[in-house]
Design a protein around this ligand. Structure first.
Ligand code: HEM
Length: 207
């Protein structure tokens, strides 16, 4: 049977890029907010921050929060209703993950368009969970009275703040790996932008 690569649907592409832009804005504005009252003995360089001052950072942070939550909700509802999340992002078993890690370490892991390997599945499903937790810890600090239960779940405002920071670091780590992998296999970028790959794929073989 001819090999048919699955392309990301418009819903996935739009929610991915709106979500990605929102995350970048949230990181830059979050660093601006952090700089006003640093947790650790360093601040982020001004060029990497967004908003110009504390109030500007907060305005950007909250604006991007809504676009991130909306795109995330549409992505998740669509993914669950269509069964796509289960089909494409469900983590593989540990032996398959170890096999793919071994292949990746030897630079032998092939990329099959439209099918995610065990490492991609783990990274993508983890980052979705981490992003949801980042939003939840953020909400618990924003409305510690109205959402007091959430603040309590995270161990109080101060712990929620540290968790929020640690989760942000995980997202930044994911982004570095994710963008590097995208640059190694640039055809995936065209797939995520235009919905199809620019190179012609052999009819019977994954590339
Ligand atoms: C801003 C730079 C980004 C670039 C260039 C980028 C690029 C891409 C590309 C090319 C794919 C498709 C991979 C493939 O088909 O093999 C993809 C998928 C994905 N990316 Fe990104 N991405 C970026 C940011 C983000 C961010 C900020 C997140 C989340 C925090 C994210 C989460 C995901 C997820 C979960 C998928 C799988 C989506 C699915 O198929 O349902 N990406 N990305």
């Amino acid at each position: 049977m001819a090999y048919r690569p699955r392309s990301p649907s418009p819903v996935i592409r739009i929610t991915h890029w709106v979500g990605a832009l929102s995350v970048l804005v949230m990181i830059g504005s979050g660093w601006q907010i952090y700089n006003a009252s640093p947790l650790l003995p360093f601040i982020f360089p001004a060029w990497a921050t967004l908003g110009g001052w504390l109030g500007g950072g907060i305005a950007w942070h909250f604006a991007a929060m809504w676009s991130l939550m909306s795109s995330g909700a549409v992505y998740l509802i669509h993914g669950m209703a269509s069964g796509r999340l289960r089909r494409d992002l469900r983590p593989r078993t540990v032996p398959v993950l170890l096999r793919d890690l071994g292949l990746a370490a030897r630079l032998r892991l092939t990329h099959t368009p439209g099918t995610y390997n065990a490492i991609q599945r783990l990274l993508y499903s983890s980052v979705l969970g981490v992003a949801a937790l980042t939003v939840a810890t953020g909400l618990s600090m924003w409305k510690p009275v109205q959402l007091g239960f959430l603040t309590w779940v995270f161990g109080g405002y101060d712990i929620a703040r540290r968790l929020h920071f640690a989760l942000m670091c995980m997202i930044v780590g994911f982004l570095i790996v994710h963008v590097c992998l995208t640059l190694i296999v640039p055809s995936t970028l065209f797939g995520m932008v235009f919905g199809r790959r620019i190179h012609v794929i052999d009819k019977d073989k994954p590339s």
